[in-house]
Design a protein around this ligand. Structure first.
Ligand code: APR
Ligand code: PHB
Length: 395
């Protein structure tokens, strides 16, 4: 067995792990990133696509924002569609000039891997059988098998568990040391990618009695759309014609709006849940991103929460290595969780306001419509949505 050491061992080359590794590098702190998939695979997985103002700023500050600024689409508002009409929420005028960027998560990943490798970063793809131990000692360790089958043990000062919902870090923490808060939603999203021009200049969040619809985009030629479905819905049951008929029905407006249709080349059903793990630390293992929390996609918060966790953890580790201060490490979980719970509340609220719940009644429907009317007619209501959507500050 080969043995090596590093300051911070990072498991997972998603947004959380890659951002953490690069921010630490810029502070002169070394890390090793272990990723179970190949580089091609992590660069290809299609996930979220909305970057908050703070995530845009972070990408630029760390030198990874060039392509995003060229190819991403700045969106200064969203459309809420209900009662067959559109109401717009304007971000800059409600948030002191902030907006969001539509830029796919796999493009963020590509850009981060490139800057990390160009600056000498150590990312080990196709790392198998990753395990962590001695977590409650001063020398936590990671063991894994590399591409050629050689087993290596890395002794670290700290380990960052950035390995998403299916990772090994959270399950390595002894039962009883963590509290898990979970809420399952009684519906899912049926997501499609299609080859068509954009149907709208801005994202449309549509509430309809047949269920919620989101009209999003990926590029001038590729569109991303979702409709609310049963969590157990099967993609085989949905021909392209049936999908477009459903979108047309749910997106209909009084003035006859129709979506731009085109060949559908991807159909997936995603479940919806909220999950928060407390605390986000055990000994010298720190959890960041999806390994510690999951939000439903309605508020587009998953990727952005991973980015803020990475920033908060990097700041705490930097204070430790450069100024010999442990206080920020002790506060990491509490600081990160305050913001995570706010995003959990926001994504739960957006989900509840816009979706049709099984067994719902007219009273509930009127309340949801009334909430949409309030949010779009009161400056205070619109501001509450806008400031959460563009991202709350890190405390
Ligand atoms: N060993 C090594 N790597 C692992 C392991 C393991 N045992 N388990 C998981 N990984 C890797 C995954 O292959 C993935 O590349 O960890 C990475 C985790 O990345 P993400 O799932 O993207 O999680 P995170 O960085 O927290 O970003 C959260 O991703 O899923 C979206 O909606 C979510 O946008 C949010 C963002
Ligand atoms: C997406 O484009 O995938 C997307 C956009 C906004 C959301 C969720 C998903 O709220």
């Amino acid at each position: 067995m080969r043995t090596t050491r590093t300051q911070v061992g990072i498991i997972g080359a998603g947004p959380a792990g890659l951002l953490l590794s690069h921010i630490l590098h810029l502070q002169g702190i070394e890390s090793v990133v272990l990723e179970r998939h190949s580089r091609d695979d992590v660069e290809a997985i299609i996930k979220a696509g909305v970057l908050e103002q703070g995530t845009i700023d972070l990408m630029n500050e760390i030198g990874a924002g060039e392509r995003m600024m060229k190819e991403g689409f700045r969106h200064e508002g969203i459309i809420l569609r209900f009662d067959g009409r559109d109401e717009r929420i304007d971000f800059p005028s409600l948030t002191g000039g902030k907006s969001v960027m539509i830029y796919a998560q796999h493009d963020v990943i590509k850009d981060l891997i490139k800057v990390r490798l160009d600056s000498g970063g150590d990312i080990r793809f196709e790392a198998k059988d990753v395990s962590v131990y001695d977590l409650d000692t001063a020398q936590p360790k990671i063991r894994y098998r590399d591409k050629s089958g050689v087993v290596e043990e890395i002794t670290c000062d700290f380990i960052a568990g950035c390995d998403g919902t299916q990772g090994i870090c959270r399950p390595s923490i002894p039962a009883g040391a963590l509290k898990v808060h979970e809420r399952l939603y009684p519906f899912g999203w049926f997501g499609i990618l299609c080859k068509a021009p954009p149907s709208s200049d801005e994202l449309i969040y549509a509430m309809h009695e047949r269920g919620f619809v989101l009209v999003s985009t990926r590029s001038p030629d590729i569109q991303r759309m979702y409709f609310q479905c049963s969590p157990t819905e099967k993609v085989e049951n949905w021909s392209d014609d049936r999908i477009w008929a459903e979108f047309r029905a749910r997106l209909a407006t009084q003035d006859g709006w129709v979506p731009q249709e085109g060949p559908i080349f991807s159909k997936t059903v995603i479940g919806m849940r909220s999950l928060v793990v407390e605390p986000m630390r055990y000994g010298r293992l720190f959890l960041a991103g999806d390994s510690a929390h999951v939000v439903p996609p309605t508020g587009a918060k998953g990727l952005n929460l991973a980015a803020t966790d990475a920033q908060i953890l990097a700041r705490a580790l930097t204070a430790y290595f450069k100024s010999n201060r442990s206080d920020l490490l002790y506060q990491y979980s509490e600081t990160a969780l305050r913001r995570i719970w706010k995003a959990t509340r926001f994504s739960w609220w957006m989900t509840s306001m816009l979706h049709t719940f099984p067994g719902t009644d007219e009273f509930q429907n009127r309340l949801q419509l009334s909430e949409l009317n309030y949010v779009t007619s009161s400056r205070a209501g619109a501001m509450a949505l806008a400031e959460n959507y563009v991202g709350l500050p890190i405390e």
